[in-house]
Design a protein around this ligand. Structure first.
Ligand code: SF4
Length: 341
């Protein structure tokens, strides 16, 4: 089956005065029609660079695609002429950014900003564009659209500005919507509203979503499949069920343990993953997580683990714990984490 998006072995580096920063190191993932996937990881793991590359927004120089392929509907996106790329951006794929206040133009009314890409891609009259803006504002349940389409971004709340961003991203009916940390700048109750809105709109406008976030809590109610990224690589992938109920990689365990939980009877201390990600100017030779992993073994520092496959819907993890000879360490990890073998 042909995927809507098919990213294969993508490698992206930034060439700086200090040297080559290997931001994305051989990443592969796909997105199917009407599906939501999530790419999850800490800041600097390469998730946003991956998406910028897929959308043709990678700043070059200093960025450069070193290897790989990005197929959109079977067509190669890397190296596409600028004119064709512009036709795709906003029209067939679009993006919601993290901080609407810095993305929205403070000197333009929000209605004009929503209409901008619709006019550009569809060559419609102002009256048609105005009607489309009103339709979009109603679709996102924006209060008093006839009046509010004439306000400026600073007159709206954070949640309302993010709704405007959603309307701007969806006005051309894109097949793929990228949402880069769409709820990070919002407080918790507004986050829930934006997630609900995106879930609703996905059905109404028939788009597929790639959600990028550091927060597994946000992913739980949205994504069907999850890719966990660390130091420019995908370290675990699987269905949302696999990742939440049968996680296999120590980094995923750490991410899940650091999600605050309201449903636990016992109070527990806030947990975090000790240490910091490796410097991608000189990525480690072996497993990139070895310096922070409580279960690291001798082989982990010297060799890069292959993916191990698990039962489930395409569930894989890159970790030596599942290789022959590591049974004792695996049992220790499972016992400590309360994981069934
Ligand atoms: Fe930890 Fe080794 Fe697995 Fe890396 S390969 S996550 S260091 S056990």
């Amino acid at each position: 089956m042909q995927h809507v998006l098919d990213v294969r072995d993508l490698a992206v580096s930034f060439f700086t005065y200090a040297g080559e920063v290997q931001a994305v190191r051989g990443v592969s993932w796909y997105l199917d029609s009407h599906e939501t996937i999530a790419i999850v990881g800490e800041s600097g793991c390469g998730k946003s660079v991956t998406i910028q590359t897929v959308m043709g927004l990678l700043q070059s120089p200093p960025g450069r695609v070193k290897a790989g392929s990005v197929l959109f509907d079977g067509r190669e996106m890397l190296g596409l002429p600028a004119r064709e790329l512009r036709q795709m951006q906003g029209n067939r794929m679009s993006m919601i950014f993290q901080d609407p206040l810095s993305y929205l133009n403070p000197t333009m009314r929000v209605g004009e900003q929503i209409a901008e890409s619709y006019i550009l891609h569809n060559h419609v009259s102002r009256a048609e564009a105005r009607q489309k803006v009103l339709d979009m504002m109603r679709l996102i349940s924006f209060p008093e659209p006839e009046r509010n389409m004439y306000v400026y971004p600073h007159q709206l709340s954070g949640g309302q500005r993010q709704r405007i961003m959603v309307a701007m991203a969806l006005i051309c009916g894109p097949e793929v919507l990228f949402a880069d940390e769409p709820t990070t700048a919002l407080d918790v109750t507004i986050q829930a509203q934006i997630i609900e809105l995106m879930n609703e709109l996905k059905e109404k406008v028939h788009t597929s979503i790639v959600l990028i976030t550091h927060d597994l809590g946000v992913v739980a109610n949205m994504a069907q499949r999850i890719y966990v990224m660390y130091a420019g690589q995908i370290v675990e992938r699987g269905s949302a069920r696999d990742i939440f109920y049968r996680p296999r990689h120590p980094y995923t365990w750490g991410l899940l343990a650091s999600v605050p939980r309201l449903d636990q009877k016992q109070r527990r201390n806030f947990t975090f993953i000790p240490g910091t990600p490796p410097d991608l100017l000189s990525p480690p030779k072996g497993c990139a997580f070895a310096a922070r992993c409580p279960y690291a073994m001798a082989a982990c520092a010297s060799f890069d683990p292959e993916e191990a496959a698990f039962e489930g819907d395409g569930h894989y993890a890159r970790c030596f714990l599942y290789h022959k000879g590591a049974e004792a360490m695996l049992q220790k990890a499972q016992k400590e984490r309360g994981i069934e073998a």
